[in-house]
Design a protein around this ligand. Structure first.
Ligand code: NAI
Length: 308
């Protein structure tokens, strides 16, 4: 199985690293526009092979899409990352141009690939990719919910003082500080609702911390994060390539689901060899439905910026 990752920067290279040491794909191609950069990243990763013991072949190319031919999955991380104080929304103009041309190029050489969009503002970039390529909705998946959900579980684990892996939780809605919806009501610790252990105020704190989880890291690092984003992309790619049918919150095109139309945003999805296999309809309460509708308004406003 072959994966191409466009953009060999922090997120793209970390994703290649996780895919290779976990043996998720047999071949990974990193592509970047910076001369020699992807080649260097690939070489560095390949020099881990004997110490971490993997067989994945990782190579790097500078803007040569012929080397990406016949990829099963293409991940788009190319774009500029958010700088401190910069909103995801401000990235829109620059990243839209990049994502559109990248999608054209990859499909020329891998016409059957499933495309995973990572570049921000991710929901809008996913929508743009879907509209620009005309591909069926199952083949265009935006990664955001997998990351936001893992941050949610991190903050829950801190509040509970229990291991993250014992915690279950999901973040739906738009992938933005003001638009994501950590589903605190449905989160659980070993199957027991977290509301049995945490006060309403504490849950509110977790909710708010999750929403600004990305911005908190941007403030600390001076640029946006990469370990958890890279690992989240690899987790999603694993479910596609190995047909795991995991339920993962992903940004996908909605046609009436969750009361929304003609928009890409985060909902629980079954992810398998066809990409999006199914959108899972979970019963939201009225407050959650209202948050989802507000989130959709914000994403739609940003999609509007794209058209102007
Ligand atoms: P980075 O700056 O480290 O890497 C981006 C890479 O893309 C650079 O190496 C650059 O040379 C390359 N690039 C730019 N234009 C290109 C083109 N036309 N073709 C090929 N390569 C090109 O940035 P980082 O931190 O890896 O972030 C990448 C993107 O992912 C950003 O838009 C960022 O906001 C987004 N992101 C999204 C997340 C999500 O959950 N959806 C999480 C973290 C980051």
């Amino acid at each position: 199985m072959k994966v191409t990752i466009v953009g060999a920067g922090n997120v793209g290279a970390t994703c290649a690293d996780v895919i290779s040491y976990r043996g998720i794909a047999s071949e990974v191609v990193l592509l970047d526009i910076r001369e020699g950069f992807a080649e260097g990243k690939a070489m560095d990763i390949m020099q881990c092979a004997t110490n971490t013991g993997f067989d994945t072949m990782v190579s790097g190319v500078t803007n040569d899409y012929s080397k990406t031919a016949n990829s099963d999955v293409v991940v788009i991380t190319s774009g500029i990352p958010r700088k401190p104080g910069m909103t995801r929304e401000e990235l829109i103009g620059i990243n839209a141009g990049i994502v559109k041309s990248v999608a054209d190029n990859v499909l020329t050489h891998s016409p059957n690939a499933i495309i995973v969009v990572v570049s921000n503002p991710m929901d809008t970039m996913t929508y743009l990719t879907l509209k620009a390529t005309g591909l069926p909705k199952n083949r265009i998946i935006g990664m955001g919910g997998a990351l936001d959900s893992s941050r949610f579980k991190y903050y829950l684990s801190k509040a509970l003082d229990k291991p993250s892996n014992d915690i279950s939780g999901m973040v739906i809605g738009g992938h933005g500080d003001t638009t994501m919806i950590p589903l605190t009501r449905l989160a659980s610790y070993n199957g027991i609702p977290v509301s049995q252990f945490l006060s309403e105020d504490k849950l509110k704190e977790v909710f708010e911390a999750t929403k600004v989880g990305g911005a908190t890291l941007t403030g600390l690092l001076g640029t946006s994060a990469w370990y958890a984003p890279g690992a989240s992309v690899a987790y999603l790619v694993d479910s596609i390539l190995n047909d795991q049918k995991k339920m993962i919150a992903c940004s996908v095109y909605l046609e009436g689901e969750y009361g929304q139309n003609d928009i890409c945003m985060g909902v629980p999805c079954i992810i398998g060899k066809n990409g999006l296999e199914e959108i899972v309809d979970i019963k939201l309460n009225d407050a959650e439905k209202e948050l989802f509708a507000k989130s959709a308004d914000a994403v739609r406003a940003m999609n509007g910026d794209l058209k102007s």
